[in-house]
Design a protein around this ligand. Structure first.
Ligand code: AMP
Ligand code: GLY
Length: 420
């Protein structure tokens, strides 16, 4: 079959790496992709958010199956448009992707389905929001309702911080229309885990649980980022807890979305905090995580394409996921300045270094430079992954591969996997 991967990050590179290994796949395309994806797929110069352009391309090129990585095209209705054109896609419709596109809608679904989550209230005016925050001594989390490229969440340590966050989002509209509605949440504490399931709208198949490292610096210090690395599995979520999360979080969400006429077919991501009172949902995403996908896919054995197709066709009955017993670690190499304004255009050395069978480099913010070299082109540049018999061994192998790559200003955490 002819397959198109939509997106250009490490997640999409890892997806394409698995998809390219499938005997079912005759031709692979990526839009817009990156130079790493370009080694596996024919690159198509269309943006991930270009719903009309991507649909026209898929029709013209007789694409059989489209695999969509990022949330923006899902929320914008790419799957709906492709379906109308008779093209099968992995990913939810716009109606189902609202679980990520609107945090208020996600809360509504959670309440209706009895899914454990932080106490919250929604506001469109600062006055009520300030009163709610004050009543909790400012120990709140302020969230823009809509998509804000992972930046619309402020965890507040006191009322002054809450005031600033409420004003920025609701009044100054620093995230634009995404901040027209504001959510305030009770501030929870505990380790976090990413629990992602493939779902066909009815059934779910849990992927192994992962842990992301959102802060820029070692020891979980400094500002939040899109993710500086992840490892899988996380010892914080053993089999019994994963089964509980499937039963109390993923399945109820899938049932509630179906009941509302929006069956969710794709990867449903529950971002959880493991509190002393049990797991609580912080957010749902309508897609695979980045960087979690990279270490997760390192552990999936066998052909991924039949599972993706079964999700899209709405029947996971025959699918079981074959997971490698080894641990995996993925370390993000970021550009100078990240998570703020980054420098780009620095030549990346070592991309052709010899790696072991269980080490992989996945490209994200990269571009082809003038001399044919690969240069940096974004905040998160690469995810360097490795498998190991233990987390410690996976970590050692991952950092061994990190040592083979370099670019000016390269920054990364040295403790990814250490907490496992
Ligand atoms: P989100 O995009 O909603 O997952 O939030 C981003 C990050 O903010 C999460 O990974 C948590 O570290 C933190 N966060 C979100 N909601 C809460 C909460 N209710 N309590 C404490 N921390 C939170
Ligand atoms: N790594 C967090 C996310 O994908 O949303």
């Amino acid at each position: 079959m002819r397959v198109l991967v939509v997106g250009s990050g490490g997640r999409e590179h890892a997806l394409a790496w698995k998809i390219a290994q499938s005997p079912l796949v005759r031709a692979l395309f990526a839009a817009p992709g990156n130079p790493g994806l370009g080694r596996l797929a024919t690159l198509v110069p269309l943006k991930a958010g270009d719903v009309e352009g991507l649909t026209a391309f898929a029709v013209r090129e007789r694409i059989d199956f489209v695999v969509i990585g990022p949330e923006a095209p899902l929320v914008a209705g790419l799957v709906d448009r492709l379906a109308a054109a008779g093209i099968l896609a992995f990913g939810p419709t716009a109606g189902a992707a609202r679980i990520e596109g609107s945090k208020a809608f996600a809360k509504e679904v959670m309440i209706a389905a009895g899914i454990p989550t932080a106490a919250f209230a929604t506001f469109t005016e600062p006055k009520g929001a300030l009163a709610w925050a004050a009543s909790r001594g400012g120990q709140v989390v302020v969230k823009a309702d809509g998509l804000a490229a992972g930046k619309g969440v402020v965890v507040c340590g006191g009322i002054e911080e809450a005031k600033v966050a409420i004003r920025e989002i609701l009044v100054e509209r620093v995230h634009g229309a995404a901040g027209a509605t504001l959510l305030l949440e009770e501030k929870l504490a505990g380790p976090e885990a990413s629990c992602i399931a493939f779902t066909d709208g009815v059934r779910v198949r849990m992927l192994p649980a992962a842990q992301d490292h959102k802060r820029i610096f070692d020891g979980d210090r400094g500002p939040n980022t899109g993710g500086m690395g992840a490892f899988c599995p996380t010892p914080k979520v053993q089999a019994a807890l994963l089964a509980e999360i499937e039963r109390t979080v993923l399945l109820p969400a899938v049932r509630e979305l179906a009941r509302r006429g929006h069956p969710f077919r794709g990867a449903l991501y529950a971002g959880l905090m493991l509190t002393p009172d049990g797991p609580r949902v912080l957010e749902f995403n309508a897609r695979l995580g980045d960087p979690e996908t990279q270490p997760i896919l390192m552990r999936l054995r066998g052909d991924l394409v039949p599972a993706l197709l079964a999700v899209a066709r709405g029947d996971l009955t025959a699918v079981t996921l074959d997971v490698d017993s080894r641990a995996s670690v993925g370390v993000v190499l970021a550009a100078e300045g990240y998570p703020g304004k980054v420098t780009t255009g620095d030549v990346i050395a070592g991309l052709d270094a010899t790696l072991g069978a269980d080490q992989q480099l996945f490209q994200a913010g990269t571009a082809s430079g003038p001399g044919g070299q690969v240069v940096t082109a974004g905040g998160r540049v690469l995810t360097v992954c490795a498998l190991g018999a233990t987390h410690a061994e996976a970590m050692e192998r991952a950092y061994d591969a990190v040592g083979k790559v370099s670019f000016r200003g390269m920054q990364y955490r040295t403790d990814i996997g250490g907490s496992a």
